[in-house]
Design a protein around this ligand. Structure first.
Ligand code: NAD
Length: 255
């Protein structure tokens, strides 16, 4: 379709979780670049505000505190966004996530599952409920969701099994939502990043970081912007026939 603009989100409201750092922040920048009104959310509101301050026309966007594990906080953010813009967000990027490398800190993996998996359940439910309210049947596209899993959710990792399990769950949840929601006008896809240099991975011991780079055919780690480009593509009409896809953006690190 030649009339299809590359990524034009003019008039659309995008909700990004984990928007205060790394991949979430890079996604906010690119969404703003492509015309969306962005609701930047993070458990750390200072960093969300910082993201906003680095965007052109910050008054067009919102920075709000939101802990993805707290249902009331999630609902209140969606209501605030709807009230400000007169419509609910129609684009959702679930980028909030944690990685706990010390197994003695979260022995049962509860924290990791709560944020990485339950958090996506809560935000997805609130987002879709609001978007579909009184408008369940129509065939046209009403919204798009992109979830951030990880290549680790597919191949596992000897030192991060709870994290791997949470991300495997994100993959299965994305595919399930994709199948459930396609006919309701919501497209769902998933991105599996490889090693990306962000606050999350900066804490890795240098040797572990180097090992992971050595395991990457491209021989380097990724930049948050390189993941964001694919997220924005999946949000856009350019990927209009993609549903339930799990797109690896890993420099080849999946073997
Ligand atoms: P990051 O630490 O830079 O950003 C994660 C953000 O999530 C932070 O701003 C943090 O405050 C926020 N957050 C944490 N708990 C939260 C909560 N309960 N509610 C709301 N926000 C919360 O890390 P990143 O690398 O940008 O990670 C983004 C996503 O990408 C995560 O889901 C991560 O698992 C995934 N990922 C990262 C890599 C990598 O190598 N960096 C690889 C694969 C997948």
């Amino acid at each position: 379709d030649a009339s299809m603009a590359p990524s034009d989100f003019t008039g659309q409201v995008a909700l990004v979780t984990g928007g205060g750092s790394g991949i979430g922040r890079a996604t906010c920048f690119q969404l703003a670049r492509d015309g969306a009104r962005v609701v930047v959310t993070d458990i750390n509101v200072q960093t969300a505000r910082e993201t906003l301050s680095l965007m052109p026309n910050p008054e067009k966007h919102l920075a709000l505190q939101m802990d993805v594990t707290q249902q009331s906080a999630v609902q209140s953010v969606i209501t605030t966004a709807r009230d400000k813009y007169g419509e609910p967000p129609s684009l959702l990027v679930n980028a909030a996530g944690i990685l706990i490398t010390d197994p003695s800190v979260d022995k049962t993996g509860t924290d990791v599952i709560n944020v990485n998996l339950k958090g996506i359940f809560l935000v997805t439910q609130a987002f879709t409920e609001e978007l579909l309210r009184g408008n369940e049947g129509a065939q046209e596209e009403k919204g798009v969701i992109v979830n951030i899993a990880s290549i680790i959710g597919k191949i596992g990792h000897p030192k991060n099994k709870h994290y791997a399990a949470s991300k495997g769950g994100v993959i299965a949840y994305s595919k399930s939502c994709a199948a459930e929601m396609a006919r309701k006008g919501i497209r769902v896809n998933c991105v599996l990043p490889g090693l990306v240099k962000t606050a999350m991975t900066k804490i890795f011991p240098e040797k572990l970081f180097q090992t992971m780079i050595d395991e990457t055919p491209l021989g380097r780690c990724g930049k948050p912007e390189e993941i964001a480009e694919v997220i924005v593509f999946l949000l856009s009409r350019r990927s209009s026939f993609m549903v339930g896809a799990c797109v690896e953006v890993s420099g080849g690190r999946d073997m």
